[in-house]
Ligand binder design. Structure first.
Ligand code: MN
Length: 458
């Protein structure tokens, strides 16, 4: 099947060009002005922008947290992803401590295989460091996993400084890249204990016990550990200017540091935790927490200037009923927000349409950079002959109001309830197959494919 997209503007990381685009089967076949090639069907995309399918390199589908499991599994989560123009997710395989990486990976394949609607890969979580984990690492690369995740907080998963150091040293040797959740564990634990002793158990205590400087401290410490191990790292879900300044300092001394932020830190702020009704505050509980409004400008500026390389979502969805597990104790609120469904329209509406970033920058943040960083380029992340025909048709003339009740995600609410979009996603194509039309995910069997990823090329 040959499909010709006529009259649109093709977006890449370096700019926007008026080009027709021809796909053949699952691949992009040609681009050019006024393509005359014969096609089986012609799609009129005049006035629309064609983006390479978005990549969300930070999702948690079908994950057990705090005695419950995320509202979205790989089926609903990947349908929500497609709805939002995300044709590839990279989720986190999380072996339990003491479980082998191979066993954890097999479990995650079991969760995803045969029920995922978009393409997918896995990062591997390292929550333990010992000889057997070290011995398993080379085979992870052979199985298509080139990126890893480590935590500096959460007792069940965190690594101490020594193990962070040894793990990074080994990843340096193997050519891997690692994302790290940076928050100071000990002081946060202490502050939580103080809140509990004082009976301050409402969601407002959540941001109070995880201040931005304890994120910045962990970033600074991680970057010194990475300096010692001589290994590049990714700071995931960075939220604030203090933390960003630590990154800039490390870059000035020559380190390679990649930074990810998320829409919730660009668009929502910590005043939401002060809502009178429990569920209105609890729905925003995530870690790191939302920050002061002023931080948003800092993050947008860093997106514009290239200091932040990717915007992913940390999609980790729970229903309001699940959030109510923490009604009497904020530490029992399952942490995380839905986001995989709205990232593209939000970045366009509140970034590109408001001239905070360009369309090309949006393409780098959502498609090109994550593809390079996580070893998918140029199969993904760019519309070039030979690459996968993952295409988002963005119509800047449309508009919609984001409503939880309209969502594909099983969370049942959206953190962006009532947000108006500038433009809408008109169509989403996954490897040449029309998957979303006018906001509706088309009924199809799941045909998402597991992606064997190579090494970082960013
Ligand atoms: Mn996460």
């Amino acid at each position: 099947m040959r499909t010709l997209f006529k009259g649109g503007s093709v977006v890449s990381g370096s700019g926007v060009r008026r080009l027709d685009l021809l796909t053949e089967g699952e691949k992009v076949a040609a681009l050019g002005r006024n393509l005359k090639e014969e096609a089986d069907r012609v799609v009129d995309v005049s006035g629309c922008f064609l983006f390479p399918g978005f990549i969300d390199a930070h999702t948690h589908f079908d994950l057990e947290v705090a005695g419950t499991v995320t509202a979205d599994d790989f089926a609903s989560g990947s349908r929500a992803a497609l709805r939002g123009g995300t044709t590839t997710v990279i989720d986190f395989a999380c072996p339990d401590r003491g479980e082998s990486l191979h066993s954890g990976l097999a479990r995650w394949h079991g969760k995803a295989e045969g029920k995922t609607f978009c393409d997918y890969g896995f990062h591997m979580t390292i929550d333990d460091w010992n000889e057997s984990v070290r011995n398993e690492l080379p085979d992870m690369f052979a199985r298509g996993i080139s990126s890893f995740k480590m935590y500096m907080t959460y007792p069940a998963m965190m690594l101490g400084d020594r193990d962070l150091y040894w793990a990074l040293k080994e990843l340096k040797r193997l050519g891997g890249i690692c994302g790290v959740h940076c928050e100071n564990a000990g002081v946060i634990d202490g502050m939580i204990a103080e809140k509990k002793a004082a009976g301050a158990l409402s969601p407002a205590s959540h941001p109070a016990t995880r201040p931005p400087w304890l994120e910045a401290e962990a970033v600074a410490r991680l970057l010194r550990i990475a300096q010692t191990a001589d290994c590049p790292v990714v700071i995931v879900h960075l939220t604030n200017g203090e933390a960003l300044r630590e990154v800039q300092r490390a870059r000035r001394r020559g380190q390679t540091i990649y930074v990810e932020t998320c829409p919730q830190y660009l668009l929502l702020d910590e005043s939401l935790y002060n809502s009178e009704a429990f569920s209105d505050a609890a729905r925003y509980v995530c870690a790191p927490p939302l920050r002061e409004k002023g931080e948003q400008d800092v993050l947008w500026k860093a997106l514009r200037q290239g200091g932040i390389q990717t915007v992913s979502t940390d999609h980790c969805s729970f229903t309001l009923e699940q959030k109510a597990m923490g009604r009497a104790d904020f530490t029992k609120i399952p942490g995380g927000l839905p986001g995989v469904e709205t990232r593209g329209e939000l970045l366009w509406s509140y970034g590109v349409a408001r001239r905070k970033i360009s369309a090309a920058q949006m393409c780098r943040l959502l498609s090109e950079n994550p593809a390079r960083l996580y070893g998918l380029f140029p199969r993904k992340g760019t519309l070039q002959p030979g690459g996968d025909a993952d295409i988002v048709v963005y119509d800047p003339s449309g508009s919609r109001i984001i409503r939880g009740e309209d969502s594909v995600s099983a969370a049942g609410y959206s953190p962006y309830e009532g947000f108006a979009t500038s433009g809408v996603i008109r169509q989403v194509w996954l490897r040449g197959c029309l998957s979303v039309e006018d906001g509706t995910v088309l009924e199809q069997p799941p045909h998402g494919r597991y992606l064997v990823r190579g090494k970082c090329s960013l």
